[in-house]
Write a protein that binds this ligand. Structure first.
Ligand code: HEC
Length: 184
């Protein structure tokens, strides 16, 4: 009864709606309600975005082992180096490299996020508790602000999956070299 009153409230002449049958109005209302639900249903088939909260169990390998995986073994590290230029505005990659606007990234693969000595992380990254694997980094680089809301890395993301693969292969390579490798 309340519904009928609500539905007819805005009608120019509530009497007309009642005369022509409240049932018709209610049926229309039901169709509108069902249609309203439809858009939500159509979003279901989309692949869910991986976030820090949905990363789940991860297999942690060495950089060399990751570089043997086909996605990284076949990656274009020249393009990866090009993609990494923007990162270098805020990060160092080499052994002994300093923290800058962002934390030093030497040997960060396999470490717990937000654990670099001497860098002041946002609370969310310090408390996130996941390990940096290529998979975690890939999800982070899609859009850092969606992967871990509230983090302080001001970076829109790398939208192309193949650019991300190239960049990750390059980072696996350059951030994992030892000090001795850098000397040569
Ligand atoms: C404008 C500066 C800026 C740019 C550009 C930038 N970063 Fe960052 N990055 C940060 C900051 C600041 C943090 C720390 C975020 C926090 O504490 O929430 C961070 C954190 C990170 C971390 C987490 C490290 C850790 O110790 O947990 C990774 C990995 C990372 N960035 C990779 C990259 C890569 C790869 C690129 C290039 C595609 C990039 N960043 C570009 C500023 C930047």
């Amino acid at each position: 009864m309340n519904l009928a009153v609500y539905l007819t409230k805005d009608h120019k002449d509530p009497g007309v709606a009642l005369k022509h049958g409240v049932n018709k109005v209610l049926i229309t209302a039901c169709i509108v309600l069902l249609a309203g639900c439809a858009p939500e249903d159509t979003t279901q088939p989309q692949a869910p975005l991986v976030t820090a909260a949905t990363l789940g169990e991860q297999t942690v390998l060495t950089a060399t082992e990751y570089l043997d995986e086909s996605a990284y073994a076949t990656a274009d590290q020249v393009n990866g180096a090009r993609q990494a230029r923007v990162c270098r505005a805020c990060h160092t990659f080499d052994a002994g490299g300093a923290n800058m606007i962002g934390p030093a990234l030497h040997q960060f693969f396999g470490t717990v996020a937000g654990s670099r000595e001497g860098f002041r992380y946002s609370d969310v990254l310090r408390d996130a508790g996941f390990v940096w694997t290529p998979r975690a980094l890939d999800a982070w680089l899609v859009q850092p602000g969606r992967f871990l809301p509230g983090n302080r890395m001001v970076f829109a993301g790398v939208s192309s999956a193949s650019d991300r693969n190239d960049l990750i292969a390059y980072l696996l390579n350059v951030t994992s070299t030892s000090a001795a490798d850098n000397d040569s």
